[in-house]
Ligand binder design. Sequence first.
Ligand code: UDX
Ligand code: UDX
Length: 474
Amino acid sequence: MYRKQIKNICCIGAGYVGGPTMAVIADKCPDINVFVVDKNKSRIDAWNSPDLDLLPVYEPGLKEIIKRVRFKNLFFSTETIQNIKKADAIFISVNTPIKTSGLGAGQASNLKWVEACAKEIAEFSEGHTIVIEKSTLPVRTAEIIKKILFSKLKKDINHDKTFSILSNPEFLAEGTAIKDLEFPDRVLIGGEEENAINQLKTIYERWVEPSRIITTNLWSSELSKLVANAFLAQRISSINSISALCEKTGADINEVSRAIGFDSRIGSKFLKAGPGFGGSCFKKDILNLVYLSRYFGLKETANFWEQVVIINKWQKERIYSIIVNKLFGNITDKKIVILGFSFKANTNDVRESPAIEISQYLLSEGANLSISDPKVDEENIKLSLNGIKTGLSNQDLNEYGNWHFERDIYKALKNADAAIVLTEWDTYKTINWNKASDLMNSPGWIFDTRSIIDGNVVKDSGLEFWSLGNGDYD
Ligand code: UDX
Ligand code: UDX
């Protein structure tokens, strides 16, 4: 029984990680049945929607894969118990947000859903099951999962259950998830039992070079995921801190990035200055690292990594102050257009998007926002801005502050005093600035926080222009 091949996979959590990852596994392993379960029925209904434009996750290339494998060997449902029972391997891909209260609030991850998954697996699994941590988790979470699984075994002496626990963190980035899954830089598998490691390895070996599959012990695997994200985020805070210096000195952050990126020891990736990193992982993972370091009394390590998050917040505040100053220190009742609400291009995800905090600052100062994004839905914006008050009379102008959603860029720009590019969507690169200038108030300002707009063309149209990290436009 122990050595049987993985034939049925169950993945708990049909989100940005679980959905695309399981779609690719099903596509690459036609002989394996993959069952993705989620407690959120409307999310499952969306995954099963006949209209592939209604899938809950937008990722280039995902629709095509879903079309090939859905209802063949990839199934989405809410039937957790049934699918746990028949699974040889179970991936835990549920979300692990930062705790908002209690011990470690603001830094440690909330593991209540991971614990709940482990309890369900302990209760309903049959025979031997490989339990795989896919969600990014604090170091030594595998120990918690192990304790839950094995405490059930101790109580139930007539059981036929055995478990192996593996850590197999995901390194996919949203917007390029399918490419990252199909051509990964590496696949990391952490565990203590060679047999279980090899069974999971066999799955990835169908399409990944064996030399790219790294195996480590459980704790190294869990820690490596946090550290990888911390290093990536650190590069962004480093370059963002220099963007402010460029504005003061007349240097251009893109030229500086290019010049340093040519050094093969530094490398050219992840050196794009912007409004700050967003997404569900970077901030959470760094704060977990900070929490872990403090817990073990490593004050200097904790302070070093915390600074990455502090710079990220400062970058957003800095941008907001520049906008207010350029608009003569007063934005009350001015119409400001937010171009891009997702945390980066090619995703509909808004978690930790810099647009949220920047919009909140502007709303609290009385601005009237017109928010535009090619993929994000109004409902998601509403949820992220919920509870914002305007600075005007200390009362809500409407339930969510003084903003409205407008998908059409030119309708959004009509009578606007300013527009801020916050996400690097391709569509913003081709805006007709003469048309925009005719529609906007005068003086009209364009703020480009992603360096995707040609400032000369904007200025020729009669609009004012500011670009992040570019001393020429200060
Ligand atoms: C990611 C990663 O998995 C994780 O590494 C990171 O730490 C945070 O978020 P993601 O797929 O992006 O997860 O999260 P999300 O899109 O929120 O999906 C999680 C899904 O799990 C949700 O659809 C939620 O309904 C589901 N879930 C959660 C369950 O089905 N059961 C639970 O008990 C809890
Ligand atoms: C990240 C990691 O890249 C991925 O390996 C991990 O599994 C999950 O977290 P993701 O958050 O989806 O992926 O996107 P990523 O491309 O890393 O971008 C994160 C944020 O950094 C975005 O807000 C992006 O705009 C910003 N960013 C990225 C920059 O500002 N400059 C850069 O040079 C790169």
